[in-house]
Design a protein around this ligand. Sequence first.
Ligand code: 6R9
Length: 651
Amino acid sequence: MSEEATTTHPIPAGFENAHATPESYKRMYAESISDPNGFWGREGKRLDWITPYTKVKDTDFTTGQVSIKWYEDGVLNVCVNCVDRHLPERADQVAIIWEPDDPATPARQITYAELSDKVNRMANVLLSQGVMRGDRVVIYLPMIPEAAYAMLACARIGAIHSIVFAGFSPDALANRINDSGAKVVITADTAPRGGRRTALKSNADKALLHASDKVRCLVVKHTGDQTTWVEGRDVDVLALMEQVSPDCPPRPMNAEDPLFILYTSGSTGKPKGVVHSSGGYLTFAAMTHEYTFDYHDGDVFWCTADVGWVTGHSYIVYGPLANGATTLMFEGVPTWPDAGRFWEVCDKHKVTQFYTAPTAIRALMGQGTEFIEKHDLSSLRLLGTVGEPINPEAWVWYDKYIGKGKCPIVDTWWQTETGGHLITPLPGAIPTKPGSATLPFFGIKPAVLVPETGAPIEGNPAEGVLCIADSWPGQMRTVWGDHQRFEETYFQQYPGYYFTGDGCRRDEDGYYWITGRVDDVLNVSGHRMGTAEVESALVAHPKVAESAVVGYPHEVKGQGIYAYVTLMNGVEPSEELRKELEAWVRNEIGPIAKPDLIQWAPGLPKTRSGKIMRRILRKIAENDYGALGDTSTLAEPAVVEDLIENRMNRG
Ligand code: 6R9
């Protein structure tokens, strides 16, 4: 490894007046831990409250009675905090810069005044469709401003939104509509991405065949492409927005009322609906956005995530808009029309903070530097990463070619469940080490536990599973419709702690290094997926008898999907069948779940009690079969030899 990759990078020049300095970080962190009520009581005041809270923290991690409440008697409206309260000073400031997929299409600059107009109209459209406080609204939209309008419109009337990533299949959409019991789905005709178009409305039509016929479909005519139209069910949103009033009174909401549900993958079963609150979530999203990115007035903040993921929720929409920021929303992809697209957009809009995923950095690293050199990146002040561990080589490349050695890199570790950053450098306060998420954010008490016993490891260095010892305002409150699953997933295995599902190491300096999931969750290009989800898609195919899915190291994606497939008796493996299974999984879940490698497995290694030995399958997929460990409990050892013999990853 190069020297840069293993040395500590000091705080760059220009961050002397950052929101957090080395001294203030230490002082504030200590206070946040010793007096959470005082600390978060003050921080909650960054929001405007209709009725101020008198209670701050009321949380309990005890198994059997897990309960998380922040600011519980406060009343506010999230939309007012993201829009209305900025109008006196920022009506003409740009709130959202929208950069379309095709660079030939003009960008749009949406001011806070315009945002207010659109959001109020969208809220009135929802009311006109019978959407009431507490109702669920599924949003299945491309990266267009209407996605943000829809989120904020829901917040304005107290409806709970649930965004489904536009890359998900009709089946995945149907499951989420039904699990959340949505009254309305908001979609668009088609979604341009990388010069191609996804037929979103047609996907929604297919999904709605499996949902109650009472569900309305609100369609944003974005491209003008032809779609089918179901009279009485489908509504032309943009046309209706013109007709309704631009004034919709905000609904006063309790701090603990759910703001949104976002489905995410776990190690078992169906994706679960992560429920986030209004007051605590927004406080945490706003504070982390300000501190981690050192956001100041006049900055142009760009998070390249999709609003279908939590990163888009917290750092394209809620965090930035609560702070009265200018946030950039990008419809396209990093490699179209060419691999300079990100840098062209940074140059064009004079982006100051740029936040992306390691997988995108690795993909662009492979394209050479001429795509960067064409563009002026001097506006950039800070770079960020999220979604998966960043390998030091990618970190060093990002630092050198994009940050020109002058921008701090914030490697932010967090999860859908956490609402915002939990472990991250603060640019003016914490020197960085490539590959480390560094130190905890205010109020976060990380604990490294011995995986088998759950005993906390004191002192440094330490290695084990990562847990969090106490609550923070942005923490998820429950699993939609299944509080017991919430407790079982996050609080049962290590009593008294929130279990993250990640493994980690803490070095001599107390810096945290996330080593990846310790459960059966894959992280493919920063997208979370349960091995169980891919397996159940595969076994739903009539020719598949059994399947086991594991991850393996992939140069660009971080992890690739490796599927072992046992076919039904009498079915012969073939290249055709391989393609068919790939297409099948795409269809069942979405393109991001397509297996990278499929190995035909006459049998799977099982214990005598019939449990699949995933540890062995992982080793074979990693091409590391020399170290299979203890195989003495295998029912049929010969199965393993066949799998090694015919392994797919010989790299
Ligand atoms: C925000 C987000 C969460 C999982 C998490 C971990 C991985 C996220 C990371 C990281 C190492 C980072 N992860 N950020 N690993 N370093 N900076 O990605 O949420 O989609 O729920 O994924 O992603 O494994 O547990 P989500």
